[in-house]
Design a binder for this molecule. Structure first.
Ligand code: SF4
Length: 676
């Protein structure tokens, strides 16, 4: 099960260092931040301008698409002019799909060539056919013949290579043998690695990108495990493809990239946003800084292995709990959202804000209120009696002074469900039993903040008659300055619960204490929430979530729902898959994405893909309901699922035709109706 010392280590996976020009990737080098130009590569001046703009904001490696030999030839002039502008130290990478001839031209001019193993020597026709072992061998030989010239030329010129697998563009050969799976992605890369190693060429970096963070996380883990088994130690380039724009694009990227980095995997990253490329760099830099600070803090510490399968998604089995007539948590229910207010005194104002449909599309289901003293409790009781709270349950974050006797009156009187949140150490099994009994008497719950190591001592209560009233969660680490991996702490907690036989719901809390490096910016809070909550949800852990690092309850609620959507755990709005654009893009992706979002953003649960060209389009949007894909200049192809249903329609008509298709398939709702 392990791919290194431990699956959930926070120490960095050891790799060989690969030089991309003057920039070292992997080994002891910092995480390198990179991006891509979006101009037409044959417009040399524009591409140089974009490369300079990227380098000036801190991009350490610049990638440029080379869709044909003429474009690859332009890389010579781009390299020359970029160097003349003072950026000779910033390496350029040619991005190649389909054409070995373009790669052979590009390798002459730039420091690295990225090839896609799904289409370098194979044509993707979505053909279904059986490959016998001998058929497969013949194919591998053909691959060897097609790829070897590039490998040899890279070795001669001291260039690096990226074998960049995309979930959306696996070859028919790989798809037919391994399916559209993380295993298929890994096998696809390994075939190319073995050819390169046969030529003693090892300046290789690998990537396993997907628009689905769960898939990419599993694929990178599997790749690391398979490489370790074959004594291969190549650096990893991390990225989530087609992440989209704005908050959603940042969240999706941070879930995939951040959770892998915190587990010690990854040496260079690209955050793909459907925005100008320069906006990718601060996000990538912030993600890299958080991971590197964790690696430094953590030293050589590792967390013990657990029973979560790292290579496929299975949701942890938990017991269902009823929180109101319309709201249950645990089991097969979507993770529920809890929002925190700063004090009991602020509860009425926060309740009014949260009740306003104009401010928030999907309300939180639980409201968390700190209650430190009996006075706070009295105030809360009074508020609860006169205010119609717009939530399904109330969580009281209680201090030790609030004993079951003091809480009893509120628990006895309240009509809705109350959850008492309190820290319990292993020495407090008796106290936990009192709280659980009180909760059971009145039909309420206890959210038990307990470390994994405390669970064995608490197990008589957990497995006792009132154990079904318990949830589990974590607060700040028990020791000041404790730098334990935040996701690792939850994994250990889940593992400890499993040992006791408990299926109690687990609540993932983002608090200042769980932050990797906390600063006050919204981006930092967004990244923290994505790393911890998103990463755990992708591992199947989490029945309830709260983002408590944002004081604004509306923004915290939105962020929680956006993280749930980014992790594919709960859909609360239209899902957009949009590529970041590159030199192949056939229309203005940013304005088109914004326009389509404005018309369809109210279609909760509908997934729409907007792709600049067909290179990755049809594959990456495989699980989208509808696709809008550049087919030719000024022409759009529309998809329903994987099937192209309208070819080359004029772009001016494409929006209306897309909406008509959505209507035809019964997925349209008018905006006003959708809001009710
Ligand atoms: S799908 Fe988008 S980013 Fe990918 S190759 Fe096509 S235009 Fe470029």
């Amino acid at each position: 099960m392990s791919y290194c010392a431990s699956r959930f280590q926070t120490v960095r996976r050891l790799t060989r260092e690969v030089k991309v020009g003057a920039v070292g990737v992997g080994g002891t080098q910092p995480i390198r931040v990179q991006s891509m130009t979006t101009s037409d590569t044959q417009d040399v001046a524009a591409t140089v301008r974009q490369s300079i703009a990227l380098a000036e904001v801190g991009c350490e490696i610049v990638r440029i698409t080379a869709p044909n030999v003429a474009a690859a030839r332009c890389l010579r002039d781009i390299r020359r002019d970029f160097t003349a502008a003072g950026f000779g130290h910033v390496p350029l990478v040619a991005d190649i799909h389909f054409l070995p001839a373009a790669a052979m031209e590009a390798v002459e001019h730039v420091e690295k060539v990225r090839i896609n193993p799904g289409n370098y020597a194979d044509k993707k026709k979505f053909a279904v056919r059986e490959y016998s072992d001998s058929d497969y061998e013949v194919e591998l030989q053909r691959l060897h013949d097609a790829f070897s010239p590039l490998v040899k030329r890279c070795r001669e010129l001291g260039r690096a290579l990226r074998v960049g697998t995309n979930h959306g563009s696996l070859s028919d050969r790989v798809m037919n043998r391994y399916g559209d799976t993380p295993l298929g992605m890994v096998e696809s890369a390994l075939e190319f690695l073995r050819i390169a190693e046969a030529h003693s060429f090892r300046d290789i970096i690998l990537s396993m990108k997907s628009s689905n963070p769960k898939v990419m996380i599993q694929a990178y883990r599997l790749l690391a495990q398979r490489m370790a088994a074959e004594d291969m130690h190549y650096p990893l380039h991390l990225g989530v493809t087609e992440a989209g724009d704005g908050e959603d694009g940042r969240i999706k990227s941070a879930i995939g990239i951040g959770s892998l980095l915190l587990d010690g995997l990854g040496d260079t990253i690209r955050v793909s946003l459907t925005e100008d490329s320069v906006y990718e760099i601060p996000v990538a830099r912030a993600i890299a800084e958080k991971a590197m600070s964790r690696w430094r803090d953590q030293g050589g510490a590792t967390t013990p292995p657990d029973a979560i399968d790292p290579f496929s998604f299975t949701r942890r089995v938990s017991t269902p709990v009823e929180l109101s007539a319309r709201c249950r948590a645990g089991a097969d229910q979507p993770p529920r959202v809890i929002v925190r207010v700063a004090s009991a005194a602020e509860l009425p104002a926060a309740a009014a804000v949260l009740a306003s449909a104009k401010l928030i599309d999907t309300p939180a289901e639980g409201l968390l209120v700190p209650v430190a003293t009996p006075g706070d409790l009295a105030e809360l009781c009074a508020t609860a009696a006169r205010t119609d709270l717009p939530v399904d349950f109330l969580v009281l974050e209680t201090a030790p002074a609030l004993t079951p006797d003091i809480l009893q009156p509120l628990l006895a009187l309240t009509r809705g469900k109350i959850v008492v949140l309190r820290r319990f150490t292993g020495a407090e099994a008796g106290t936990l039993a009192d709280f659980a009994a009180l909760a059971a008497r009145h039909g309420h719950f206890v959210a038990c903040e307990a470390e994994a190591d405390d669970i064995p001592c608490l197990s008589p209560v957990i497995t006792g008659a009132d154990g079904e009233r318990l949830w589990f969660t974590l607060g700040a680490p028990p020791a000041a300055g404790d730098t334990a991996h935040p996701a690792g702490r939850y994994r250990r907690l889940v593992e400890s619960l499993r040992f006791t036989g408990s299926r109690a719901p687990v609540w993932i809390r983002n608090t200042a204490g769980t932050a990797v490096r906390h600063d006050s910016s919204f981006l930092s809070r967004l990244l923290e929430a994505s790393f911890l909550t998103g990463g755990l949800l992708c591992d199947g852990v989490g029945d309830l979530v709260s983002i408590e690092t944002d004081a604004d309850p509306v923004r915290a609620t939105r962020l929680a729902y956006n993280v749930l959507q980014g992790a594919g755990a709960r859909i609360s709005k239209t899902e957009f898959v949009a590529c970041p654009s590159c030199g192949r893009t056939l229309f203005d992706l940013q304005t088109t994405t914004q326009r389509i979002r404005a018309q369809t953003g109210h279609l909760k649960g509908v997934k729409i893909a907007i792709m600049g060209c067909i290179v990755n389009g049809p594959g990456e949007m495989a699980d989208a309901d509808f696709g809008y894909v550049g087919g030719a200049p000024g022409k759009i192809n529309l998809y329903v699922g994987k099937e192209c249903v309208q070819y080359n329609i004029p772009q001016a008509e494409a929006d209306a035709r897309l909406i008509a298709l959505i209507r035809e398939h019964g997925k349209w709702a008018d905006a006003a109706a959708a809001a009710t």
